[in-house]
Structure formats: C-alpha cells, structure tokens
Design a protein around this ligand. Structure first.
Ligand code: FVH
Length: 298
C-alpha cells in the first residue's frame, strides 16, 4: 500500500538522464537513494547528500518511489527481476525508453509482484530536467500517478495519458518520430548547402525561420488525415511536390552527396502517384504508411 504522498525516492541508473533526475530530486529536498552499475557515477550525488545503495535490492528497499532510468528494457528487466521480492508496496516508475508492448508486459509483471507501476516517457534532455520546458508523459496505474505526482512534478510538467501502460511510450515514440524526421532533414539540408562551403551555423537561422513557417501547415494536414479527405484544401499537390522532391535527390547526387536519408519519402510519393492521387496533398501518403509492405526491417 503506497502512502498518499510518498516522499522518499530511489533512482536506479545514473547515466546522463538518471543523474539529472537524481540531482533534481535532491535539489527539491527529497531523501534520495541512488544505485548504478558503475558505482563511481554516484560519487558526485553522494557528495551532495544522496544515499549510496550497495545493491539494487537496497535501493528499492530504501524508498517508496523507485525511478528506473537505464539504457533499455532488457537492462531494466535484468536489474529488477533479481529484486522482485522487495517490490510489493513500492511505486515503480520506469522512465527507460521502450515500446508500448514492452511497457504493457512490464506493467503486468509489476502487478504480479504487487507493485504499483507507472511507465514514463521523458520529453527533455538531461539539462532540461526540472526546467519549465521539460515534460514527462506517464501511463499506467492512476493510483500510482495520484500518489507520485507531487514528487514527479519536480522533474517537469507531468502528463498522465491513461491506465494503458503502453500509452506513454506510444506518445513518446510518436513525438520522437517527428523529432528524428526534423533532424534527418536538418542533416541533409546542411550537407547539401555545405557542398558550396556554406557553414551549418550560418545556414541554420534561415532553416529555422523556414521550418517555423512550415509548422503552420501541420493543422491542415492533420485535418486531412483525421477526415480521410486527402484532397481537402490542397495548396501544394502531390504531383508538384514529387517533382520538386525529385530535384532534391538529383541535386544531392550532382553535388556528390548520398541522398539516402531522403529517398524513402520519394518512394512513397511515387507509389501514391502511380495509384492516381497526384491532386491530393502529402497527407495522402498516410494509407501507405498504415499498410506497410515495403519496409519490414528491424
Ligand atoms: N539523454 C537523453 O537525451 C534522453 C532523453 C529522453 C530519455 N532518454 C532515455 O533515458 C534512458 C537513459 O538515458 P541516458 O541518457 O541516461 O543514457 P546513458 O547515459 O547512456 O546511461 C545508460 C544507463 O544504463 C546503464 N546500463 C547500461 N547497460 C547496463 C547493464 N547491462 N546493466 C546495468 N546497467 C546498465 C548505464 O550504467 P553504467 O554504464 O553507467 O554502468 C547507465 O546508468 C534511455 O532509455 C534513454 O533512451 C534519454
């Protein structure tokens, strides 16, 4: 049974992110216990007042709230399975990046152990933790979220998405998909302009302004996606976009670049054009993504 306002916390995993989490709990005045495979990474935290746990079991025993932030779920499972006996009555908050299925499986395992489980997705870099721009997505036990909210709010804005433990990671990975699309475009753009010795830092302010303008297009694309009307309020039809996109790939080759980061979108455009949807918007690629036949890799 968790206290309505638990106020002790253990952090398991002291990589860049786990260290930032532990530092933030300490700064907020919560008694904080820490454990990491490589013990020396706890030294600075211990100097600031954290308790060092000699084992994962000791870290779990020390606190009502146990935050785990390690590389991946395989590591998380390996670490926690050895300490199942002491999990009952704890609030386990797993902030390790993973998939919805991994989160649901872990929630079922935690429930069988007698722990309350929250899965989380951290939408921040380590230096943002505890700052207003940081937000963390949670899903899983509502009881756990209500109990843990005060302590978790010290890390950033907390958004509870529902009882399905897989939701936080679904949203997290969807947001990261948008982010990596942006980063891929950024890398290709700076490489392309860089073929004529334009420095990335000189070009980036112009790119940033352009992207801010293009963000305004997203609500219309979202409307088309939700209604299935890919031909609604089209300003930039797919035939035109595919022709311009072809020039990106051709110019990249001509300038001596590998266009590989950009080619998958052209493949989808061509398929959609071949199906006769040239007057639709780019949102018309959605049915192809929902019915993947081309990209069955890892
Ligand atoms: N850093 C970031 O920008 C992102 C922001 C969003 C959330 N992610 C996720 O947070 C998890 C941890 O990320 P991290 O940045 O702390 O990662 P590292 O600095 O590489 O630290 C990894 C920790 O995992 C431990 N670890 C790895 N393998 C093992 C193992 N076999 N047994 C025990 N622990 C292991 C590692 O321990 P050590 O190497 O120091 O001994 C670190 O504590 C991650 O899911 C991100 O996707 C971060």
């Amino acid at each position: 049974m968790i206290h309505s306002r638990p106020d002790t916390v253990s952090v398991i995993g002291l990589g860049d992110m786990g260290t930032a989490l532990a530092n933030t709990f300490l700064k907020a005045g919560y008694p904080t216990t820490v454990w990491n495979r490589t013990a020396r990474k706890a030294n600075a935290l211990v100097n600031k007042g954290a308790q060092r746990a000699a084992s994962v079991a000791e870290a779990i025993s020390a606190s009502e709230v146990v935050v785990v932030c390690v590389l991946d779920y395989a590591v998380m499972q390996e670490i926690l399975h050895a300490a199942e006996d002491i999990l009952p009555g704890r609030l386990l908050v797993n902030l390790t990046n993973g998939t919805p299925q991994q989160a649901r499986k872990t929630a079922a395992w935690a429930a069988a152990c007698g722990a309350e489980y929250l899965d989380g997705g951290i939408m921040a870099t380590p230096s943002m933790i505890g700052q207003p721009e940081a937000f963390i997505l949670y899903s899983g036990s509502a009881v756990a979220f209500d109990a843990g909210q005060a302590i978790l709010n010290t890390l950033g804005g907390s958004q509870y998405l529902g009882a399905d433990a897989g939701l936080a990671s679904l949203y997290d990975l969807s947001l990261l998909s948008g982010m990596y699309g942006l980063f891929a475009g950024f890398l290709h753009a700076t490489a392309l302009v860089g073929t004529e010795k334009v420095e990335a830092r000189a070009f980036t302010p112009m790119l940033t302004s352009w992207l801010k303008v293009m963000l305004q297009v997203l609500p219309n694309l979202a409307e088309q996606i939700d209604t299935g009307r890919y031909d609604g309020a089209v300003e930039s039809n797919l035939s035109m976009q595919a022709a311009a996109y072809h020039n990106i790939l051709q110019a990249s080759r001509e300038q001596g670049l590998d266009p590989g980061l950009m080619t998958p979108l052209k493949t989808l455009m061509d398929q959609r054009l071949a199906e006769g949807y040239g007057t639709d918007d780019l949102s018309g690629l959605i049915p192809l993504i929902r019915k993947p036949t081309m990209y069955h890799t890892s």
